[in-house]
Design a protein around this ligand. Structure first.
Ligand code: ADP
Length: 424
């Protein structure tokens, strides 16, 4: 099938979130883990491709190079419209990867201008006057200020993006968005005349997203969160580019036991871990111990648990404990030892017959999918907004994976996830 949209996501849970929202339309969406080594199969039925990279915190040059390879693959597969997906909390380091990748993609796709819209109103991420809010808190006053890898200490998207790009940055505020697609289009045109290439666009509700998508659907490159992308398939159907799909999907059967693996220290994950450990077997990992002794003790603990009962292994910790581990080991090393340990534990779990995995944390999900050698995922039912069950084969065995980004899902997410799989 001809490709309608080629998407590049900067981490794995971001990619599954994006694929979930695009899939709500019923249009077939394919999710690749990393850039596929071979060309796209011409008989592939999907009309949207999402490539998951793990470049959110990579050095800029390496991140840009990964995105360039993803773009080349998507172009080769026939895509002419592209979407650059990053987190709804604009997670990036001060050197930033969001802006440099956007500028490379603009240059390579001939886009003179693009928009930046990470808003996800359904999950409480809104942009007003260029400032990003998490619920009712400004980004820099939300728990994101303590993120282990990308602490967000400013809430102004204009200020965050400006040092990351060479071109001019502008803001299309809610005032213009509320006037509808024609007004927004006219504002973008005026920005273009003033040489403003990068436009942050406010959005505080799904109606705003509909306006923004209607005004920008024909741009070669759009950037933002999954929610703005989720508006695009409907417009493609309206434009006659795709036919209204059959939304009934048959899900594969997945047997075997279950496990939750969490390397996320985000506020919501901390609540989810507390909720789940109240009634399931749990093992807490300590990065300092892991750096000395590795994951052998955790693998032993896992071998002692029955396969099919609820269990969780987690490094999830309070900000003060994360800080302490980072002081001792360094920020990168602390993250690395946890990701390596959880990857080894995931492989052990698979060998022990576990087939249902819930993973919390974007970077953590990247590490675990790579460790399991996963390259292609089919998107299944959503557990919570932006978190679907996904299915894939590992060594010829079907497994189910839910990859949850830090602050997504409600307190009972882990329990809800396994229950949702039973219903499916
Ligand atoms: P989120 O989706 O919440 O941002 P990520 O997995 O993307 O979660 O990022 C969390 C990072 O914190 C990972 O690199 C993980 O290895 C690291 N980490 C997890 N637990 C700890 C801990 N106790 N101390 C220090 N770093 C940790």
């Amino acid at each position: 099938m001809a490709l309608l949209l080629g998407c590049i996501a900067d981490d794995f849970t971001g990619a599954t979130d994006l694929a979930a929202l695009l899939s709500r339309s019923g249009l077939p969406v394919s999710l690749r883990i990393g850039v596929p080594p071979t060309k796209r199969d011409e008989s592939d039925a999907s009309v949207i491709e999402v490539i998951a990279l793990k470049c959110r915190t990579s050095p800029v040059q390496s991140a840009v190079e990964q995105a360039r390879q993803a773009l080349d693959w998507l172009k080769d597969a026939g895509a002419t419209r592209f979407f650059w997906k990053y987190c709804s909390t604009f997670d990036s380091t001060s050197e930033g990867n969001i802006g440099p990748i956007a500028e490379m993609l603009m240059a390579q796709t001939g886009a003179e201008q693009t928009i930046y819209c990470p808003a996800f109103p359904e999950n409480g991420r809104n942009i007003f006057m260029g400032h990003l809010f998490v619920g009712e808190q400004l980004l820099a006053e939300s728990p994101m200020k303590d993120h282990p890898l990308t602490p967000m200490r400013d809430s102004s998207l204009v200020r965050l993006l400006s040092p990351q790009v060479r071109g001019k940055v502008g803001l299309a505020s809610r005032v213009v968005v509320s006037e509808g697609p024609a007004a927004l289009k006219a504002r973008l045109e005026r920005f273009k005349e003033d040489d403003v290439q990068h436009v942050i666009v406010d959005a505080i509700c799904d109606d705003d997203l509909r306006t923004i998508a209607a005004a920008t659907v024909d741009m070669p490159l759009l950037t933002g969160g999954s929610a703005i992308a989720g508006q695009l398939p409907r417009l493609y159907v309206e434009q006659g580019l795709a036919t209204a799909p059959d939304t009934h999907k048959l899900l594969p059967h997945v047997g075997g036991g279950q496990i939750v693996l969490s390397g996320s220290c985000s506020a919501m994950t901390r609540r989810q871990v507390a909720d789940y450990t109240a009634h399931s077997a749990g093992l807490k990992l300590d990065p300092i111990n892991l750096s000395k002794q590795g994951s052998a003790a955790a693998c032993l603990w896992l071998r002692q648990q029955p396969a099919d009962t609820g269990k969780i292994i987690y490094a999830t910790a309070e900000p003060a404990d994360v800080h302490q581990a980072q002081e001792r080991l360094g920020r990168e090393e602390a993250g690395q030892v946890v990701e390596e340990a959880l990857s080894e534990i995931a492989r052990e779990a698979f060998q022990r017959g576990i087939r249902r995995f819930v993973v919390a944390g974007g970077e953590t999900s990247g590490a675990i999918t790579q460790a399991l050698g996963i390259t292609h995922l089919t998107i299944g039912p959503e557990i919570a907004p932006g978190v679907p069950w996904t299915f894939t084969e590992v060594d010829g065995e079907m497994i189910a994976l839910a990859l949850k980004s830090g602050n997504f899902g409600s307190e009972t997410f882990f329990t809800d996830a396994f229950a949702r799989l039973e219903e499916a």
